[in-house]
Design a protein around this ligand. Structure first.
Ligand code: ZN
Length: 638
């Protein structure tokens, strides 16, 4: 239990058994801790918390191991056992949250003798219990159980409708002008001489972006923005009602209050205030850039006085091509994968004063994976794994996964970056993604020497967690930084004026993009708070208020808006983190992003504490003042 050496991964043949064993050990530790607590073994509050945290560490080890290997392991048997482990941990977790006897143990503890972080742990633990309703009377708890079961059923059905509702239509291939050649090559002409288009992303996005035929784009938008309609409409309304009832049963005024209570934003009504604030600061640059799109639209279709979903992705791409002369084919020649990976380690090493020692004498789950021990001032902080190339049956997005949470004196933090980049030349977007995800990884490692597993790594408020990752993206946009590793085949570093042009092109549309995001955030908040009877009418009115693009008649986008289930009333979170990230970045010297004093302060004051303090306090410590919108507003106005 006091072993602070890294986890030893097994050889391929032993992996499934090893995974089972690791998960079982974790679950057993969790159950044993609960038995000890309920058996009255702890004689003080601190002892009780230590026992609890040991059990929670077991749970987190089990779920971490199960989640990551269910997503990345090449062996199907291992993936299946990873999935099963995740289910088991979730089941135990739900059971514990509703365990009245266990709650009573914590409720009776005397907090007066606890230090700040232990008192915080007790407070958060009690809050979790109360949010689950464990302290309510029997009838209320029975109703809560019913609601949770119904929410699970409704959520499952909602997601299944999204997956199953594949719409398609056929058109003549001569109407596909503008489509990229590789896309055309993968779309065969059938016996009737027609090509089938579906509402899935691999068709919907390129058709909306590149197809010059406006009618084809319109057909695609109609298919795409009706996914889930009408079946999901009633499910959404039921979901909002159930969530509201649940929130009230456990003592909150609204679902948004319940959800915001564990976030940096704190209270439900702060969400629409935030949305309106962003909408306001985004207005002028949004209108400025939309006018460019509209002017270009009018060259093709004189007399148009607004621009909507059928046209704006297409004209945005066209304007970028015609007015921002950045050739993606040239850009990628500077980003060879091997050099980028080495550059990322070099840049973050310099920035945070870390070194990465390659680990070569261990078993890994695939030959593409590389491992490094992360060292600071000669001390090993933790271990990272980079699993960065696509392969069959592997997780197909980009994310940081935990292998272990770091706890001072007990467990080293280990994290795994899972991405899907080519082995040769990368797009600059990929480079930005790599820096973003690495921001999560370095947060996980640096915050791996806290006292409690509950506060380890990225265990900060959910609306803050994207700030460190969005902040690190800035280093992938800085010419001086990029020139340290981005070189073409002739060995020439990427020209600063090319980076400036890339930045200008990327900046185009950021105001109206923010407005679109606030339209979605407003749906997520108001649908939960007002629970309108006609979701389409409410969507149209919010689109009118926040989005800079007009509603496409006959569409019902709310039925296909999956984040209403996942983010519930909190879709604002990503933008909230961005506001904070811009504010954090304002403390760095734009002329020298490596200046050590500020970088080390950021490392020690914002990243290293993990969840031991409120994010707002960490940010204030670092900036020397509370966070503001100023840096974000200035960036938008640029
Ligand atoms: Zn992220």
């Amino acid at each position: 239990m006091t072993d602070v050496t890294p986890v030893v991964l097994p050889a391929a043949a032993d992996f499934a058994d090893w995974l089972d064993q690791r998960c079982e050990t974790g679950l057993r530790a969790a159950r044993a801790a609960v038995d000890r607590l309920k058996g009255g073994e702890a004689t003080s509050a601190i002892e009780a918390l230590r026992i609890w945290d040991e059990g929670q560490t077991g749970m987190s080890n089990a779920i971490a191991c199960g989640s990551v290997f269910s997503e990345v392991h090449p062996d199907e048997a291992v993936r299946a056992r990873g999935d099963a482990a995740v289910q088991e941990v979730h089941k135990l977790d739900t059971e514990l949250q509703l365990d009245r006897e266990l709650y009573d143990v914590f409720a009776a503890l005397d907090a007066s003798t606890l230090d700040q972080s232990a008192a915080r742990l007790l407070e958060k633990t009690l809050r979790d219990f109360r949010r689950s309703g464990v302290d309510r009377d029997d009838a209320t708890r029975a109703r809560i159980k019913e609601i949770n079961e119904q929410l699970t059923t409704v959520g499952l059905q909602f997601r299944q409708n999204l997956r199953d509702d594949k719409r398609s239509f056929r058109i003549s291939p001569d109407r596909l002008t503008g489509m990229p050649q590789d896309w055309l090559d993968s779309h065969e002409v059938d016996d009737d001489g027609l090509v089938t288009l579906t509402s899935e992303y691999p068709d919907a996005i390129p058709v909306r972006t590149f197809c010059t035929d406006r009618e084809v784009r319109a057909q695609m938008v109609e298919a795409f923005l009706n996914i889930g309609w009408p079946s999901n409409d009633a499910l959404l309304k039921e979901m909002f009602e159930l969530r509201e009832e649940l929130a009230k049963l456990v003592g909150y005024d609204t679902w948004a209050d319940y959800d915001a209570d564990v976030k940096m934003i704190g209270k439900g009504p702060a969400i629409p205030e935030f949305i309106d604030r962003i909408a306001e600061v985004a207005q002028s640059s949004g209108e400025r850039d939309r006018a460019v799109l509209l002017a270009r639209l009018r060259q093709d279709h004189p007399g148009e006085d607004s621009i909507g979903g059928v046209d704006y992705p297409f004209y945005e791409e066209l304007v970028r091509k015609e007015q921002y002369d950045v050739d993606a084919q040239v850009v990628r020649t500077y980003f060879d994968f091997q050099a980028v990976r080495a550059g990322l380690l070099d840049v973050t090493g310099r920035l945070f004063d870390l070194s990465y020692a390659p680990v070569t004498d261990v078993e890994l789950w695939h030959p593409d994976v590389t491992a490094y021990d992360v060292e600071l001032a000669g001390e090993t902080l933790g271990r990272i794994f980079l699993d960065l190339h696509p392969r069959e049956n592997k997780y197909n997005h980009a994310a940081q996964f935990t292998l272990t949470d770091g706890i001072a004196g007990r467990q080293l933090p280990e994290g795994i970056l899972v991405c899907n980049f080519p082995k040769g030349l990368m797009e600059h977007d990929d480079v930005v993604t790599l820096f973003h995800e690495f921001g999560h990884l370095v947060h996980h490692i640096l915050a791996g020497r806290v006292d409690w597993s509950r506060f380890s790594g990225v265990a900060t408020e959910w609306d803050f967690v994207e700030a460190p990752s969005q902040l690190l993206e800035e280093w992938a946009w800085d010419a001086g930084v990029l020139q340290t590793f981005a070189r073409n085949a002739e060995g020439e570093p990427i020209p600063a004026d090319l980076v400036a042009a890339m930045k200008r092109a990327d900046d185009f549309g950021k105001g109206y993009h923010a407005r679109t995001q606030m339209f979605y955030a407003a749906m997520s908040y108001w649908f939960h708070t007002d629970r309108p009877s006609d979701l389409t009418a409410a969507t149209i009115s919010l689109q009118d208020k926040y989005s800079m693009f007009s509603y496409v008649p006959g569409t019902h986008m709310s039925a296909g808006f999956g984040h209403l289930e996942g983010y519930s009333s909190g879709y604002y979170t990503y933008m909230w983190s961005l506001v904070i990230a811009k504010d954090l970045f304002s403390a760095f010297d734009p002329e020298d992003l490596f200046a050590p004093e500020v970088a080390h302060r950021y490392r020690d004051l914002v990243l290293a504490p993990g969840g031991t303090r409120d994010a707002a306090d960490l940010v204030e410590d670092f900036l020397g003042r509370p966070y503001t919108f100023d840096a974000y507003a200035a960036w938008l106005a640029r």
